[in-house]
Ligand binder design. Structure first.
Ligand code: BTN
Length: 237
């Protein structure tokens, strides 16, 4: 059974996991809150987190020596979450790098942070729109209740997630990134289609052809060159 610490309200489950990691929390400890006052998303965005039945949780990960590079953890986390959500919403897909989408609408997000600047435990933060989703987001969003008529309890989803997280983590350690890459590509949204990657200073258009060894998105440009995208917002066109 996973070690899960439950809270009514936190600033951010990532912050609480970080505090616990700094004071000796074990590998695999999960923190979950009913609501967050300072939920964070990728690219410095906020993650709107009222106590509304959505899942807000974070895991403390002490990386094993063979769990490198750290960014591959993104794929471990999203494949674990994919397994859980797929049982409720069969047409869920992964979207680079670690979102889950249903017909192009975002249903969950994952934020990887270090407990300390460049070293120390990894904090894997996961938010899932089980009962509601915010409006006016960068990507159109959806939630499980709207899709299926039922929102599972966040703790039930977290218990399943913790088990699948361990499963994919062990497989990654035993089999390496190629296994993760193939599993991810099999369920990826937009593979082989034309997309735009919006970076801070430019937008790059191309065909999404795969994942590079470091997890970067591979874009085949009209010039025939392949451009590797390491951080961007991705949209279909
Ligand atoms: C994204 O931008 O897609 C990532 C969103 C991650 C949100 C989760 S909610 C639980 C954890 N605590 C946070 O403050 N953020 C993550």
């Amino acid at each position: 059974m996973a070690d899960i610490r439950r809270f009514e309200l936190l600033d951010s489950t990532n912050d609480e996991a970080r505090r616990l990691a700094r004071t000796g929390a074990e590998d695999g400890l999960w923190v979950v809150a009913e609501g967050q006052t300072q939920g964070r998303g990728r690219h410095g965005r906020g993650w709107i987190s009222p106590a509304n039945g959505n899942l807000y949780c974070s895991c403390v990960v002490h990386l094993h020596p063979q769990e490198q590079p750290t960014q591959h953890f993104s794929f471990v986390a999203v494949l674990a979450l994919y397994d859980v959500l797929k049982a409720y919403v069969p047409d869920v897909q992964v979207k680079w790098p670690n979102d889950l989408v249903v017909k192009g609408h975002k249903i969950s997000g994952i934020l990887l942070e270090r407990a300390d600047l460049k070293s120390g435990p990894l904090i894997v933060g996961i938010g899932v729109n089980l009962a509601a989703h915010p409006d006016k987001t960068v990507y159109p969003a959806t939630n499980m209740k709207a899709l299926t008529g039922h929102a599972p309890h966040p703790y039930e989803v977290l218990t399943e997630l913790a088990a699948r997280f361990n499963h994919w983590r062990s497989r990654w350690r035993a089999e390496g990134f190629e296994m993760l890459r193939q599993a991810w590509l099999t369920v990826a949204d937009g593979l082989g289609s034309r997309i735009v990657a919006r970076l801070p200073q430019e937008s790059v258009v191309g065909i999404f052809t795969g994942l590079a060894d470091d997890g970067a998105l591979m874009l085949l440009l009209d010039t025939g060159d392949v451009r590797l995208i390491h951080a961007a917002d991705i949209f279909g066109i």
